[in-house]
Design a protein around this ligand. Structure first.
Ligand code: SF4
Length: 318
């Protein structure tokens, strides 16, 4: 089950095929470089919020954390109607935040998750972001979107050449999301492609999906996790096991962010007295999850999965 050396061996075979010198690294702490927060369940070092406002796309948006945050701070520029608990539909691009990575001398992994591919973001705004990212090669930029069709269209329209430190990614929650989104990701010739299977809301046949990406071009990095917060929907542990095992079989890095608000905990994790007070959910697989709320559980079958790729030319930063 140990993914380190096994994955490194497997990695050599497919990166040779791709001509893509991507290496894997184990997580480390210390707070001095890129991806220093993996052991805390964070696959990014800093978030870069360039876009205020959004609109739901899939079932995975039902408990959007950005909308929750905006409701909590109604005077922020996030454009949520607190009475209707929905986005207002207004979207603006925050150009003043663009220079943050350029002012940051320490190499960091920046997550751009407030959707840069929303139709309310102009091509010009996207290209300004692109220019900033290409001029900041000391960082890694993870461009995560639920609208990969626009990302792929922008790639084709502007003939983008993807440097090794810019990683496009998409969020999926179900097989249906994967079937819809991953072909667009496959059309982008980047060294690394991020697939965020979070919140997991249904099973995903990761092996066949990822094989398609590997054969296309680039290294898929799989991030997985359960839903958090009020109204969180429980995920069957078998879904995560299947994705992890597919990553092992294909030699892909796997990062398990955590169980979220429902976890298959045992008395080794919480006392019997506490367990007896928690709501439970029995899954079709027979596994039982407990509503653990804000308690953070990250182990999957007795270990943490904190793997991530290192991009070409960045090994010295790790
Ligand atoms: S795409 Fe992302 S930011 Fe937009 S509603 Fe969905 S989860 Fe929220």
């Amino acid at each position: 089950m140990d993914g380190g050396p096994g994955i490194l061996c497997s990695r050599a075979s497919y990166t040779e095929n791709l001509g893509c010198p991507v290496t894997l690294r184990a997580a480390r702490g210390g707070g001095r470089g890129v991806f220093d927060h993996l052991s805390a369940g964070r696959w990014w070092d800093r978030g870069l919020q360039l876009v205020d406002g959004c609109a739901p796309v899939t079932a995975g948006c039902a408990h959007c954390w950005a909308a929750t945050l905006a409701r909590r701070f109604p005077r922020s520029r996030m454009y949520v109607d607190p009475r209707a608990s929905t986005w207002t539909g207004r979207v603006t691009f925050n150009r003043t935040a663009l220079d943050r990575p350029m002012r940051c001398r320490r190499p960091q992994a920046w997550a751009l998750w407030n959707d840069l591919c929303h139709p309310g973001v102009t091509d010009s705004d996207f290209l300004a972001t692109w220019q900033m990212m290409t001029r900041s090669p000391r960082h890694v930029f993870i461009l995560l979107t639920k609208r990969p069709e626009r990302l792929e269209a922008l790639h084709r329209r502007y003939c983008l050449v993807w440097p090794g430190h810019i990683w496009p990614g998409t969020s999926i929650s179900t097989q249906r999301d994967a079937d819809r989104n991953l072909p667009f990701l496959a059309g982008i010739p980047s060294a690394v492609k991020v697939i965020s299977y979070e919140p997991a809301l249904g099973p995903w046949q990761a092996g066949s999906s990822c094989l398609g990406l590997v054969l296309g071009h680039g290294l898929p990095w799989i991030i997985a996790g359960g839903e958090t917060g009020g109204g969180a929907r429980p995920a069957d542990p078998e879904w995560f096991r299947h994705v992890r095992d597919s990553c092992i079989a294909l030699g892909l890095p796997f990062f398990f962010k955590g169980w979220g608000s429902w976890a298959p905990v045992a008395s080794a994790d919480l006392s019997d007295r506490v367990l007896a007070q928690l709501a439970t959910c029995e899954h079709p697989s027979g596994a039982v999850s407990y509503r653990v709320g804000n308690r953070k559980f990250r182990s999957l079958d007795g270990r943490k999965w904190d793997q991530c790729p290192a991009s070409p030319g960045r090994a010295e930063d790790f």
